[in-house]
Design a protein around this ligand. Structure first.
Ligand SMILES: O=P(O)(O)OC[C@H]1O[C@](O)(CO)[C@@H](O)[C@@H]1O
Length: 447
C-alpha cells in the first residue's frame, strides 16, 4: 500500500508533463541499477532492500534493549552522533513527539543529542543538566572515528562512569558502529557494551532504518515496527516491476531533474508543521551529500511555513528565479482546535469562527503554492495522510529511493561524500594532529 500522493500540476507550467515523463526509461533503468547493484557506488546499496530484510528477531532485540534501558526510569537518553548517525533519529523522534513533551513530563525519556556539533557551551550545559538526571546513552558512529561524536563521548563516558560507577555505566551505554572496524568497536568490545552493527553496505545518510535510527526511536517510545512496515510498503511501491507511471518516487526524481535542467538549481523542502523541521534537515543531508559533487547537483534547502513566509517568503516570491519547492503536506493533524467567536472581534477574525486552525493552515498552503507559482517557483506536493510511524516510514523510503534514482540521473555516485574530508583535513592540520605534519606546515604558511 502506498499512502503518499504526488501532485506535480503546479510544476507542469514550468516543465511539461511530457518532459517529466520523458525520464521514464532513465528512471526505470536507474531503479534496476539500484536493485541489481550495477551502478556507481554499488557497494553501498544495502538500504535498497533493508526494510524487507529486517527480521522479527532484530526488531525484538531493539525493543528489548529499549525496554531494558527504559526500566531504569530514565529522564534523558543521550544520542551521540553526527550527520547520518544523528539526523534520522532526530527527524523521526521530533516528528512523532508532542511539541512540548520536555515540559509536560512523560513515561518516555527525553531524547537529547550530543556530538552533532563542537559547541563548548552546548557540551558544558548538557553535562550540567545530566548531573541531576537519570540517563543512559547511545554512541553512534559508523566509522567509529568521527571527531565530533568521539569528543562528546569521551566527556560523557567519563561523566556517566563517575555518576553510576563503571559497571552500571556499561549497562547504560549502547554502541552502534561497524561490525569489526574503528575505535568505537574496539572500545565497545573491551567494555562489553551492548552493541549493534551498522551494515557495511549502508551509508550514514541511508541508515535511519538500521539500529542507528531504530534504537533511539524505540527508546523514545515509538513503534519501530510500524515505521519499518511503512518503509516496506514503500519499498514494494517503488520496486523495479512498478512502472514509472505508478512509481511516485521515480516521478519525483524525474520532476526534480527536469526542473534542474531548466535552471531551477535550488529545491526547497517545505513543511507547514514545525514537527517536520528536522525531517527537512535529514532530507538535506540525504540529497546534499548524495548529489552535490563534480560541480553538479540541486542545492537542498528547507523552510518551515508559515513561520518562514515572514522571513524567507520575500526571497522565494521575488528573488532570483532558481528555486522550486517540494511541499510535504500533512492531510490530517492529530488534534482538533477550533477558532472561537469573540464578541468584540477587534482582531476581525470572527469570519473564521468555528473553523479549524488546520483549515487556515491549508488555505495558507494553497495560497502560498499559487503565489509562488505566479512568482516563478514551481511547486511539487507530496501529500501524507498524517504524521505517524507508518507514514514517516513511507516518506523515508520514498525520499531515499528517489534520491538514488535522481543521483544516477545526474551521473554522479550518490553513495560517497569525498567533499566532506576537506574540512577535516584542514582541521586536523590546524590542530597539529600526529600524522598531519606536512599539512600543518602548509596550512600555517597560508595564515
Ligand atoms: O557515523 P560516522 O562514521 O561517525 O559519520 C557521520 C557522518 O559523517 C559523514 O561521514 C560525513 O559528514 C556522513 O556521511 C556521516 O553521516
Amino acid at each position: 500500500m502506498n499512502n503518499i500522493k504526488l501532485d506535480m500540476e503546479k510544476a507542469f507550467s514550468f516543465v511539461s508533463r511530457d518532459e517529466v515523463f520523458a525520464w521514464k526509461e532513465t528512471m526505470e533503468k536507474n531503479n534496476v541499477a539500484l536493485h541489481e547493484k550495477t551502478g556507481k557506488g554499488n557497494d553501498f546499496l544495502g538500504w535498497v532492500n533493508l526494510p524487507t530484510a529486517i527480521t522479527e528477531e532484530h526488531l525484538s532485540d531493539v525493543e528489548e534493549t529499549a525496554a531494558r534501558l527504559r526500566s531504569k526510569k530514565l529522564d534523558i537518553f543521550v544520542v551521540i552522533g553526527i550527520g547520518g548517525s544523528y539526523l534520522g533519529a532526530k527527524a523521526v523522534v521530533d516528528a512523532l513527539s508532542d511539541s512540548f513533551a520536555h515540559l509536560k513530563g512523560s513515561d518516555a525519556p527525553h531524547i537529547l543529542f550530543a556530538g552533532q556539533n563542537i559547541g563548548e557551551d552546548y557540551l558544558y550545559e548538557l553535562r550540567e543538566l545530566l548531573k541531576g538526571k537519570e540517563y543512559a546513552m547511545a554512541v553512534i558512529s559508523k566509522s567509529g572515528t568521527t571527531t565530533e561524536p568521539a569528543l562528546a563521548f569521551r566527556l560523557l563516558r567519563q561523566d556517566i562512569e563517575e555518576k553510576y560507577g563503571v559497571e552500571e555505566a556499561r549497562q547504560r551505554i549502547v554502541a552502534i558502529t561497524d561490525e569489526s572496524k574503528g575505535a568505537l568497536r574496539t572500545l565497545a568490545n573491551t567494555e562489553g557494551y551492548k552493541t549493534y552493527v551498522i551494515p557495511d553496505d549502508v551509508g550514514g545518510r541511508y541508515s535511519v532504518l538500521t539500529p542507528v535510527g531504530l534504537v533511539p526511536i524505540a527508546v523514545a517510545g515509538f513503534d519501530v515496527r510500524a515505521l519499518v512496515q511503512g518503509a516496506r510498503d514503500m519499498e514494494k511501491a517503488s520496486d523495479v516491476n512498478v512502472p514509472f507511471e505508478e512509481n511516485l518516487a521515480a516521478q519525483y526524481a524525474a520532476a526534480r531533474n527536469s526542473l534542474y535542467k531548466s535552471g531551477k538549481k535550488i529545491e526547497i523542502l517545505v513543511n507547514f508543521t514545525p514537527k517536520l523541521h528536522y525531517f527537512s534537515e535529514w532530507w538535506k543531508q540525504l540529497y546534499g551529500e548524495s548529489e552535490g559533487k563534480e560541480g553538479k547537483g540541486i542545492y537542498p534547502a528547507s523552510v518551515d511555513f508559515t513561520s518562514d513566509l515572514h522571513s524567507m517568503g520575500q526571497y522565494i516570491q521575488e528573488g532570483e528565479r532558481i528555486l522550486f519547492e517540494t511541499v510535504i503536506s500533512i492531510a490530517n493533524p492529530d488534534n482538533e482546535v477550533r477558532i472561537p467567536e469573540d464578541k468584540d472581534n477587534l482582531d476581525k477574525l470572527n469570519y473564521l469562527a468555528g473553523k479549524r486552525v488546520d483549515e487556515v493552515n491549508k488555505m495558507a498552503e494553497l495560497g502560498t503554492a499559487l503565489a509562488h507559482m505566479d512568482g516563478g517557483v514551481p511547486n511539487i506536493r507530496v501529500e501524507v495522510p498524517k504524521i505517524d510511524e507508518y507514514n514517516i516510514g513511507q516518506l523515508i523510503y520514498f525520499f531515499e529511493i528517489a534520491c538514488g534514482m535522481s543521483g544516477y540521473a545526474l551521473e554522479v555516485n550518490p553513495f560517497d561524500q569525498p567533499g566532506v574530508e576537506a574540512y577535516k583535513k584542514n582541521m586536523f592540520a590546524l590542530l597539529e594532529k600526529p600524522g598531519f605534519e606536512e599539512e600543518t606546515k602548509k596550512i600555517k604558511s597560508r595564515l
